[in-house]
Design a protein around this ligand. Structure first.
Ligand SMILES: [Zn+2]
Length: 399
């Protein structure tokens, strides 16, 4: 057995067993029954708390949150939800907000303190802000390296065809260090589904990176767009590298139609991200999982121009997903937990994830009897370990 740097003792695992977990060089090297491992110089007593892998925040916006800034009251759209109008409101609000790095740091620390150790953040890259937001968030990513792993999506919030120069900016963003190419409602925002997807998939294919597209379109337009994204994913051999965020249209289909499209999404290896939004249909999580689709989750907006909610807690998000999906049994509650942990890790391509020998020692402690109880109770008072090092305790990041 490898030499153990730190022994985490009396950790309750999801199967109810009490284990000692040996960690060396940031990875799990042993999992033995409690009391069976001797000789580690440094021990951390988990004291019977539930030990789970670090949460995966699969969709957030580090650049546009006002968390930690003064409260900015929400302004409703004048005639029903309208993405164009919301983008305009956002631009007005951003002009008077606190500096982006301050807001991003506060939001990031909120997420880490709640136990998120992997994250995918969309960052605006378009004709309105150019590459300035990305430059700032890239700096913040460096600052928090070793505490949280962050993927960045170059996100054309103002559209691609409607915002001149965005194609070149998206390409440049990947060159600067963004990890994926984003998109936004290809049909309803740019009003040119193929033109928009040509750019998104063109840049991604050329650069050899993945895609994560915001798709708010409802009903058949949303479902049609999902099918088009799946077809392009297969045509380019990008299975496993493409995600659709929100995909509200999938929530508008009857069960048979949803199963048919679910099978196509699974075959294309496209992941679906949901935050279980409050006031409208969202993808049928259990049905899609049964079809083999990787469904993952994120906070999305936290106290920004789009809505005032959000607390950066992926365990709370699991509760929300379960609550809105009508999940009651232990199996269903565990599925909601899987969405914010293993399934999200798979969608993001996080390697060596989970509590297993060889995995990264990224843990969160929860004062809960087991996973189903944790999902409904959302206990606080967590300890968060990255690579075996304590990085947050009781809601505060330790740097
Ligand atoms: Zn978003």
């Amino acid at each position: 057995m490898a030499r153990i740097d730190t022994l985490f003792t009396n950790a309750k695992l999801a199967d109810g067993s009490l284990k000692d977990i040996g960690v060396a060089a940031g990875r799990v090297v042993s999992i033995e029954n409690a009391g069976a491992t001797a000789g580690a110089a440094r021990q951390v007593d988990i004291a019977g708390a539930l030990l789970v892998p670090g949460f995966v925040e699969g969709h957030i916006h580090l650049d546009t949150s006002f968390y930690g800034d003064t409260w900015i009251p929400h302004k409703p759209c004048t005639n029903g939800f309208d993405v164009h109008e919301r983008v305009a409101f956002q631009a007005e609000n951003m002009a008077t907000a606190a500096p982006m790095e301050e807001r991003a740091r506060k939001q990031l620390e909120l997420c880490i303190a709640n136990g998120s150790l992997h994250m995918r953040s969309h960052v605006m890259v378009d004709g309105s802000v150019g590459l300035a937001s990305l430059e700032t968030i890239l700096k913040i990513r460096e600052e928090y390296r070793g505490i949280i792993d962050i993927q960045l999506v170059a996100f054309p919030q103002s559209g691609i065809l409607k915002s001149p120069g965005t194609r070149e900016l998206l390409d440049e963003a990947i060159g600067m260090g963004a990890d994926l190419v984003g998109g936004l409602d290809p049909a309803s925002f740019d009003r040119d589904l193929n033109g928009h997807l040509d750019v998104v998939f063109g840049v991604a294919d050329n650069r050899g990176v993945g895609v994560d597209i915001h798709l708010h379109d409802f009903g058949s337009l949303g479902a049609f767009t999902v099918e088009e994204i799946c077809a392009r994913t297969v045509a380019l051999g990008m299975q496993g590298k493409v995600a659709i965020s929100h995909a509200y249209g999938l929530g508008d289909l009857d069960a048979d139609a949803a199963r048919r499209i679910g099978a196509k999404i699974a075959a294309a290896g496209v992941s679906i991200m949901t935050n279980a939004p409050g006031d409208h249909a969202f993808p049928p999580v259990a049905l899609l999982r049964a079809e083999g689709v990787t469904v993952f989750a994120g906070s999305d907006n936290i106290r920004d121009s789009w809505w005032p909610y959000g607390d950066g807690d992926m365990l709370g998000r699991a509760m929300m997903i379960g609550y809105r999906s009508g999940f009651y049994t232990d199996e269903e509650l565990s599925a909601a937990f899987d969405v914010v942990t293993a399934a999200s890790a798979k969608a993001l391509g996080v390697e060596d994830y989970g509590i297993a020998v060889g995995a990264k020692a990224d843990f969160v402690t929860l004062a809960a009897e087991h996973v189903p109880e944790a999902v409904v109770a959302v206990p606080k008072g967590r300890r968060v370990f990255k690579g075996g090092r304590l990085v947050a305790e009781n809601g505060h990041v330790i740097r």
